[in-house]
Structure formats: C-alpha cells, structure tokens
Design a protein around this ligand. Structure first.
Ligand SMILES: [Zn+2]
Ligand SMILES: [Zn+2]
Length: 133
C-alpha cells in the first residue's frame, strides 16, 4: 500500500506543478488572443477607410440649377446643401438631413431610403445597394 500512496502523492504534487506552469501560459495565450483580436479589428477598420477613400463615386455639388431646372434622376441629393451623393447614400454628411431622390421613371420626389417610387412603383435601387453593402 505504501507504493500506491507514493504514486498518489506524486500525481497530486505533479498536477500542482503542472497547474502552476499552465496558468501563466494560459494567461499569456489569452492576452495573445486579445491582442490578435485588436489587430484584426484595426485592420478591418483601416480597410474600410481605404475603400471609402478609393470609391469611384464621390459627393459632388449639384449642377447649378435655375428656376425649374430638372434634378438628376435616381441620384440621392441634399436640396439644402446642394450636394449630390452616390447611390445608396441616405443622409447628408453636411447637415445630417435625409437625402432626397427623384424617381428615375416619373421624377417624383422620394426619400433616398425608399425602396421604390410611391407614384409609379419603380425600384430606386436603394434596397439593392443595402443588400450588396
Ligand atoms: Zn445637407
Ligand atoms: Zn416614379
């Protein structure tokens, strides 16, 4: 029975040593994972930033319109600031108002977030862009 007790003691002390060694290693591993997560998050954010900067479509000023001039159809714009936004834009970055959009078919004035025209039912494309994004 002495031998068995010795073995039991050895296993117990052995586990104690192993836990003492594993705990700091586990902590280092967790910290490593946390740092990795932060780095991945940072890379994602910077990629999105780059994508925005390189986008082919930019916010441009509306063509100077006289009385009764026709606004570009199917393009979100802010009548308040006279800015024209790429397809899929919903809010003015300057004044934070909802953007307006002229129906491509009948030129009815819609909200840029509307999926289709209230008058003729023509899809505005806003829903498509939302799905792609
Ligand atoms: Zn505006
Ligand atoms: Zn319409």
């Amino acid at each position: 029975m002495e031998l068995i007790r010795d073995i039991a003691d050895w296993i117990a002390t052995g586990w104690g040593d192993r836990l003492g060694l594993l705990f700091p290693l586990a902590m280092v591993g967790l910290i490593g994972l946390y740092v990795l997560w932060l780095v991945i998050g940072y890379l994602r954010v910077s990629q999105v930033g780059l994508g925005d900067g390189q986008g082919p479509q930019q916010v441009v000023a509306l063509p100077s319109s006289g009385e009764g001039a026709e606004l570009p159809r199917g393009v979100p714009y802010c009548a308040f600031d006279g800015l024209q936004y790429p397809a899929g834009a919903r809010f003015c970055t300057s004044c934070e108002r909802d953007l307006t959009l002229a129906c491509m078919n009948c030129a009815a004035t819609l909200s840029a977030g509307d999926a289709s025209c209230y008058r003729c039912g023509t899809p505005t494309g806003a829903a498509d862009v939302a799905l792609l994004g």
